[in-house]
Design a binder for this molecule. Structure first.
Ligand SMILES: *Cc1c(COP(=O)(O)O)cnc(C)c1O
Length: 221
């Protein structure tokens, strides 16, 4: 299947209220340009070095999303242009993003990443950590970041009931935070969940942003 066929198939499977992040990690600029030419505008990368190499070679109206674990010392390289950081998994990282955004005269949109999977290796906050962050004085003083919602990755398993349960848990976290802390926020509206293997379940459970790589560009090496 070509990128065009894959994108068309996904577009008919994804409802209009859900946005597609085309995850282009490890894929060449040529493949990104191909999807761009088919009107895809949101692309996701998980590594800063790869992203900063590709970004200058591609059109300016691409909305770049950082979806992978982000080290504090790398924030400065993406702060000038990044549209959305999905992977805020610590208070210190959010502080750094705020500081680097201020230096660029920008406000950077962020999602809080939650640990919902069974795997030890997946990054993310617990609900308690997120609440402590949101209620802190320091957070209230951050003027250059905007919390737009939450992100999570389900366990890599063929057992759909586990995946669905984890997405439901993330949806619950989203709704609780919305009601408790972001009732008056127009920005807090994104629920980033779902990848190539589980996006259909994610959409059924309320996803607004699906992050899809291999189902567009083919398997990664
Ligand atoms: C790689 C990656 C994806 C996309 O994975 P596919 O299975 O190729 O769709 C989504 N989210 C994150 C955080 C990723 O690292």
């Amino acid at each position: 299947m070509s990128v065009a066929e894959n994108l068309n198939a996904l577009r008919s499977a994804i409802p209009a209220n859900v946005r597609l992040v085309a995850v282009s990690k490890t894929k060449p600029v040529k493949s990104i340009q191909e999807a761009y030419n088919l009107a895809q505008r949101i692309f996701g990368e998980n590594r800063v070095q790869e992203l900063t190499q590709k970004q200058p070679l591609l059109p300016n109206d691409i909305e770049w999303h950082l979806i992978g674990h982000l080290q504090k010392n790398k924030v400065k390289y993406i702060a000038p242009f990044i549209s959305l950081i999905h992977s805020v998994d610590s208070f210190e990282l959010l502080e750094t993003i705020n500081k680097e955004a201020a230096k660029c005269g920008r406000t950077i949109s962020c999602l809080l990443q939650f640990h919902i999977a069974k795997e030890e290796t997946k990054f993310g906050l617990s609900f308690e950590e997120a609440v402590a962050l949101i209620h802190s004085e320091k957070f209230r003083e951050m003027k250059n970041v905007k919390i737009c919602g939450v992100m999570g990755m389900a366990t890599l398993t063929d057992d759909e009931s586990i995946v669905r349960k984890e997405f439901r848990e993330l949806q619950g976290i989203f709704t609780t935070l919305k009601e408790q802390d972001f009732r008056n926020s127009k920005d807090f509206k994104e629920l980033s969940m779902g990848m190539s293997g589980d996006y259909k379940i994610a959409i059924e459970e309320g996803s607004t942003l699906v992050r899809i790589g291999s189902a567009i560009f083919g398997e990664r090496a």
